[in-house]
Write a protein that binds this ligand. Sequence first.
Ligand code: ZN
Length: 246
Amino acid sequence: MERVLDTIVELQEASVELARSLALLDGVPDSMQELHDEYESKRSEIEELEQERQQAELERRAAETDSAAGKESIGHYQEQISRVTTQREYGALLSEIDTVRAQMREADERALLAMERQDQASALLGELRGAFESLDLQYQEALAAWDEQKPALRKRVEVLKGRIEVLRERLPAATLNLYGRLFERHGGSPLAVIRVIESARAPIRHCSFCNYRIRPQVVLQIQTRGALVPCDSCQRILYLDAGETG
Ligand SMILES: [Zn+2]
């Protein structure tokens, strides 16, 4: 007869593999991680620089608009000068023109600085994009190869989900509840295998998770009856490696 402990050990193994497979489907395999990180970092560097270039262009256009508006005002003032009749009106107009000219100089300076920034960003963008081409190609190839592996992984996910369903149905309700609570509390690892350390006199057994020493009597209970015994320290349900059971 299959023991409840064996079933929940298998349930945990399937759950861990399922979680790992789902996370993998959402990301990239380890073999691709370094390339992925480099690709993302270069891509975001180019994106930021492109934003800086656009921002500089906007600022240059705004400054140029300000400068052109100033030129237009000065034209109007100069027209008015030809029609003034008093010295006071004339003086007031000249002072207006001076103010606008100062504003125009400031706007022209702004436009020049913005243009320099825009040019610098454009030049650097050209370099970065050139260097990015081969990395991009390499990344797209790796991505395509990874995409080819995904259907098999998706199939494995379906198999695991089915297996988990079957295993859960096999468990008594109380055990399933206990397993569920421990699963929540311990972030998806409700069980801990017992680790054996050989010593001169007799093997010493520890919880593989928290290293707490397990009493021989507990080991015997698990070995002979498949008893569900929590670790005294971390509370995970203990089990023995396949070689040590029965
Ligand atoms: Zn423990």
